[in-house]
Design a protein around this ligand. Sequence first.
Ligand code: URA
Ligand code: CA
Length: 445
Amino acid sequence: MLMTDIILQKRAGAPLSSDAIRFWIDGVVSGAIPDYQSAALLMAICWRGMDARETAELTMAMTHSGAVVDLSAIPGTKVDKHSTGGVGDTTTLIVAPVVASCGVPVAKMSGRGLGHTGGTLDKLESLSGVSVERSVDELIAMVNGGGIAVIGQTGDLVPADRALYALRDVTGTVESLPLIASSIMSKKIAAGSDAIVLDVKTGSGAFMKTPDEAFALAAQMVEIGRMVGRKTVAIVTDMNQPLGMKIGNQLEVQEAIEALDGRLSMDDPLIAVSRTLAVKMLILGGAAHDESEAARLFDESIASGAAKDKLRTLIDVLGGDGSIVDRPESLAQVKRLIPLPSPSDGTIAAMDALRIGASAQMLGAGRAQKTDTIDPAVGLVMGVRTGDTVTKGQTLVTLCVNDESRLDEALRCLEGAFDIRAAIGPIAPMVYGEVDENGIKRCDK
Ligand code: URA
Ligand code: CA
């Protein structure tokens, strides 16, 4: 087989055979296929697309490019959860303890944050003593002991994605639905869970800027799951403003603890999205028969303190001090708190979640490059949500700062992040709908 023929075929818009797809992915991992040929094929895929069969075969070729985790030593249905990335999205630290406290084993591999979105690993590691670089054997032992573990993706998983993602990043080929869908799903399938719940974000702070694009990506990932035998459900949720009110690593742990303490209202967006995700996971995990039973389990696990105890267990098992869940106020201590006042009276018509995330990153809450270090305590505390009325001088957001040399740049990121008007139109819903094997259900149309 010749790589040039494969490139020409896709350039002409023809579907690739499974042999051709495997030949390419094998060659990416072995190094037999040079980057320039892979880059040309990636660009052809961006323009010509891939059908459902090709996308599923690409996903499985990538999945098997490295180790595939075997979680069969953990009894029960293992349900994984993945978010396509958002600002102030600390749902994993809420949903994982809730689901585990209801008896569904949580054996999760998470990612680090890059750019304006935070990663669950960085949030966990912001707690002293916590170490997330663990082996699969340790993961299994932790889950069989306490019912919950969240660790970093081990280095031998999906090497093809690591190589291709780096290439896509520098060749303008990230934005392709089959490439994004196969990249995400190959990692989830290799991580060994039986079922997958996806949170596909849409809006100013997300990869997918419109709900239509987000539903299209969700549908492709659900279809991959169906074709390879992993039950997959996706919800599409709003990322036009930060999900939680706190952005930053310890700040988000603090907000997750507050949520598990029952201190947020049930219509709080962070709770609403967490509840929707947990409901899907509890049903897939066999802990509930239907949505109303699952929702009741979610509410009870918070009211009884069982979910908060699971977060304590998770922090302890990772080497940290789980008693932090009893004193969240001791987290996120910084040198200076700087409020950003509203320039005028009005209503918050919109926010730019990308700018807000970038500002937190600038303060040291996230990385611009993989090698950057994170300040666990810094970040932003939002004072308003979209739709709130504000008066001139009212605090829109408070910057939690340690390194003042970054302050000017962080404030510059926030310029134009709040659109304040005299009158506003309808506000986007938090949950736009869901996709499962029965198709797309939208609540926004
Ligand atoms: N996240 C991934 O893991 N892969 C993509 O291609 C895009 C987002
Ligand atoms: Ca709060």
